[in-house]
Write a protein that binds this ligand. Sequence first.
Ligand code: FAD
Ligand code: SF4
Ligand code: SF4
Length: 469
Amino acid sequence: MSRSKFERVPIAEQDPKVRATNFDEVCLGYTEEEAIEEAKRCIQCKHHPCIGGCPVDIDIPRFIHHIAEGEFEEAAHVLAEYTALPAVCGRVCPQEDQCEVVCVRGIRGDAVAIGKLERFAADWARANNIELGQTKEKNGFKVAVIGSGPAGITCAGELAKEGYDVTIFEALHEPGGVLVYGIPEFRLPTDEVVKHEIGNLEKLGVKIETNVVVGKTITIDELLNDEGFHAIFIGSGAGLPIFMGIPGENLNGVFSANEYLTRNNLMKAFRDDYDTPIKAGDKVAVIGGGNVAMDAARTALRLGAETWIVYRRTEKELPARVEEVHHAKTEGIKFEFLTSPVEILGDEDGWVRAIRCQRMELGEPDESGRRRPIPIEGSEFEFDVDTVIMALGTSPNPLIPSTTEGLDVNEWQCVIADDEGQTSKEGVFAGGDVVTGSATVILAMGAGKKAAAGIDKYIKEKYGEKSHA
Ligand code: FAD
Ligand code: SF4
Ligand code: SF4
């Protein structure tokens, strides 16, 4: 039976019961035939609103047109003009709120599956060893990029293509930022996808120095004054976890989501051939309702725990992507809505044994526009769990601003930068989560791209087109 043109071509996924017991990727991607069929749903609109919905301005109709014609290599080359991370974004970008929300096809029926098609083209190029990206002649200017997450990778890639000599300094032993330490394998395979896209960056000539904590190993002022860098981009993210400040948070068995996920993803605690310790837990409560909470809960489930998401508002207000909530539910995660912990209770050995919670109701909207949760008096109850994971958000680490002369931050420790990424300090630019606070991969990439243009303009205005050093 042929499908209506209003319906999206469905994509294959691992069965929920099977995938709840493994760390393999959930979504299996389109086949060539399926990708062509879905690409043909794009009507190549003259005004292409989809492009305006993409923070890195990908020429969406052009790459989709190539897929529709079976020209997969050409589609991958179009993507490479605009993005260093197409296979990543095709998987984790909140496309339903970005390019797809404005797709004309979505007015009557399903929007074109832009993200899934982007993933298809990037995966096809990887599987077929297609070389992507070209650089201009070297201009002799040196730029240091701090942090190798999506903001840093994008800024570095854009500058390398323009001929700059770019070095990324990364605190951890692996590059990739949240893409490798935060987002789990079952959503974004590290070795197959992230490492490959970082390899493409290195092919553009970008150098990556890991295990360098800027602010400790070396400072920004030293990079500028002693190491000969003409400009700096800070893309150090927002990795400092926020806790609730309730009694019992210091008990054994309480994790920040960042620590729990880092142990699993970066340090591979889930694999028998690694000896990274993790307390998997039998009954795990994850506090929070964003993507990070879903990732932590689905990881705990795969490690064998009965798992709950505890969230103080209702399902309607969950900040996580709809797709992630759906996957969590079908895999067997349970939800306690309108519930907030007030204390974590321990046993005589100092391990978590339960959380004391109270029920909430929704009042008037707060400054975020969402209805404010209000505790219901006398509604407290105990909930037996042996592990608690706090997924309440993160803020930028104050290390870099506190060791850099003249770098201004706001009250949340976010570096202050304008639209081109220029900070209060000459020659120092910033973008991504370190500026906005915890946001998304594609917004960090958009900021990295704008900052690269800002750095290019700054250096050329100050030093000319080429370095004479
Ligand atoms: P990061 O990715 O945090 O990278 C910053 C890098 O800087 C890190 O590698 C860090 O080690 C390094 N660094 C920090 N300080 C220093 C220093 N002093 N010296 C040297 N290096 C330093 N977004 C989505 O769009 N979709 C999702 O599905 C999604 N899921 C998420 C799931 C989890 C678990 C988390 C934590 C986040 C998720 N996000 C998601 C958010 C997204 O990953 C971030 O918004 C994005 O990674 C921010 O990119 P960034 O480059 O600014 O920072
Ligand atoms: Fe859409 Fe994100 Fe891809 Fe841009 S990067 S086209 S917003 S899925
Ligand atoms: Fe194609 Fe949708 Fe973009 Fe129109 S808005 S060009 S249908 S992807």
